[in-house]
Write a protein that binds this ligand. Structure first.
Ligand code: ZN
Length: 432
């Protein structure tokens, strides 16, 4: 439910009592006979009072600068920021929008407070609700939040704010696409497809704010530089999840095994990719158990240019359905889904953060559009051992929920898996 976060204006004289004037200096006392001492004490009192007024108190209780003196709380998610990107305009700056320039004032914000989801279970395909606890993150970590009016002006990105009847939306438009953001929601929409942010955007004094990590690792790459590149002659490694004794999940309808469905999907995709310019390899072509480290080693030995791991999902709540696409969480960001101990260290695959996102968005968009499966978004996580150490762009796709009757009934048909393969290939065959 919405959490009202109110940041009161500080009172500097309370926060800094040492600046208060000693009352003895302005009241009669035994030293009054000494006129030199009296002059000195009055002069000192005037000086201290002037200092107190100019530096530590506000005659205007709504003075925004007072916010800066409020002690900052510890954010619930420790974020060690990676170096900030060099800001270069790729488009001519637009005229300053109606939202104006950055202000430090944070009078009030209504923030949705998602539940914390931290699992210590070993990795499976069961995906609990993937949002993180953002309570107080906005007010506690204000320097990490960026006011979007000024940012969009600086970056030459068009910001459109929409006062809809529901949660306030705002949009960022560039010649690469449109990003729709919703105040208080971690779900954003890139060209209509869902994309999970690490922090829900916030609204303060009618100004939209985004967390710097999301700007750096998601918004900026998408709006300014998301290019998957030409693929002719490049090496694509497709990884059918599970195999052998590692069966994965089982469809609730038809009782088919995940390992067989992923292999079938991969083989269909390989056949369709025969004349699309890629040199295609699979980590397995039959029912064998390949360790996660060997799947990584296979890609490395082939000098892969792209690695795609194929899986299907399963969850205790059979209502869950749809496609999710994962790539590694950039260093310094909280993941959308956490399993085991979380960390914020850079991992080898973080060298490809922008390309990971580019491929994840492209593949996800094609899969959701062509299959009409529910869109569960592009997400970031670190638990995927098959991605962490990849030395090329790498994506893991969960092609549907085997635990959902309606979706399982589709997934056990060859026709639907052919659709999944075709959607994959459409995205891979694009030439821009
Ligand atoms: Zn799996």
């Amino acid at each position: 439910m919405p959490q009202k976060v109110k940041v009161k204006n500080g009172n500097a004289s309370n926060a800094n009592p040492s600046w208060d004037v000693n009352p003895r200096l302005s009241s009669p006392g035994v030293f009054l006979q000494d006129s030199r001492m009296l002059f000195f004490r009055r002069w000192l009192a005037f000086l201290l009072a002037a200092l107190a007024w100019s530096g530590c108190s506000s005659s205007n209780p709504s003075k925004p600068a007072a916010v800066l003196r409020k002690p900052l709380l510890l954010a619930p998610v420790p974020v060690r920021m990676a170096p900030q990107p060099t800001v270069t305009n790729v488009h001519p700056p637009l005229a300053k929008g109606s939202l104006g320039v950055l202000t430090n004032a944070v009078a009030e914000t209504n923030a949705a407070v998602p539940k914390t989801t931290v699992s210590t279970n070993p990795p499976t395909d069961a995906h609990p609700h993937p949002e993180i606890n953002l309570r107080n993150a906005f007010r506690a970590n204000m320097p990490q939040w960026v006011e979007m009016g000024q940012w969009s002006t600086d970056e030459g990105v068009r910001l459109v704010s929409q006062a809809a009847s529901g949660p306030k939306r705002f949009e960022l438009h560039s010649n690469r696409g449109d990003l729709v953001l919703v105040n208080g929601s971690q779900t954003a929409y890139w060209n209509g497809q869902a994309l999970m942010l690490s922090f829900a955007p916030q609204l303060s004094n009618n100004h939209p704010y985004l967390h710097r990590a999301d700007l750096q690792h998601t918004v900026s790459p998408l709006l300014r530089k998301c290019v998957c590149g030409p693929h002719e002659g490049k090496v694509l490694v497709i990884d059918p999840g599970h195999g052998g004794d590692q069966s994965g999940s089982r469809t609730v309808v038809g009782k088919q095994l995940e390992k067989d469905l992923t292999l079938d999907w991969a083989l269909r995709a390989r056949a369709l990719l025969a004349n699309e310019g890629w040199r295609v390899f699979l980590t397995r072509t039959n029912d064998v158990d390949v360790s996660l480290s060997n799947r990584v080693a296979v890609a490395e030995s082939l000098h892969a240019d792209l690695f795609i791991s194929l899986h299907f999902n399963s969850f205790s709540n059979s209502e869950y359905a749809g496609i999710e696409t994962y790539c590694m969480t950039p260093a310094g960001m909280p993941s959308n889904l956490v399993r085991g101990s979380e960390d914020h260290m850079a991992l080898p695959n973080n060298a490809y953060d922008d390309e990971n996102l580019c491929w994840a968005v492209r593949l996800h968009e094609s899969l959701v559009r062509d299959t009409l499966a529910p869109d569960r978004g592009v997400r970031r996580a670190r638990f995927m051992a098959v991605l962490r150490n990849q030395k090329c762009p790498a994506v893991l796709i969960e092609g549907g929920y085997l635990s959902n009757r309606k979706e399982a009934a589709k997934l056990i048909t060859g026709a639907y898996r052919e659709q999944l393969a075709e959607a994959l290939v459409k995205a891979l065959a694009r030439h821009e």
